[in-house]
Design a protein around this ligand. Sequence first.
Ligand code: SF4
Length: 218
Amino acid sequence: MIACNECRRLREHCSEVARVRRRAYIEWEYWGRPVPSFGDEEARVLALGLAPGAHGSNRTGRPFTGDGSGDFLYPVLHEAGFASQPNSVSRDDGMRLKDLWISAVVRCAPPGNKPSPEEQRRCAHWLDEEIPLLRNLRVVVCLGRIAFDGLMAYEQRTGRLNSRSGFVFGHGAEYALPDGLMLIASYHPSLQNTNTGKLTKAMFLNVFKRARTLASLE
Ligand code: SF4
């Protein structure tokens, strides 16, 4: 997957961001490639995000690592018992996840954090290959509307769901899917949401505590 080159626009953007870099990270050698998922292969919970951040995981090579979204997410995962430490700064910072796998519907950083619908469809086959490998999976936490739509599309594409009628995105919304998976929707931990108080730490922690309960982890 890290050698995938199917989306020319996204690949060029990631490479350009990695070449120019942000002043604060001028000493970094950016990852600049599709970002692989991260976590516990035996996980019962999947956290599904949107796409890598240009100067976050496109820089560090690990989901939600090295940017504001990750600074909000990992302390919550640590408090909820999924992450070994609250700080996530680089691929070799010692972070371990337990019972959690983190992935995204698009694997390359898009300009303006906005992948096109076509790019979302093109990247979907990676998710199609990955989800069945998570053999203990019980709960999917969809981080944001695009991740929610991406999971719905996966369920329909793979014949598990006939119609998404009645499945409406909203923070804290829960659905039992026909294949036995539980879905929890959450606002995305973007700075836009966390800086404005649309998503608070307490709200986010409740989502992951609920995921533990639904996954029978307590
Ligand atoms: S977004 Fe997905 S499909 Fe497109 S180049 Fe990146 S990994 Fe490949």
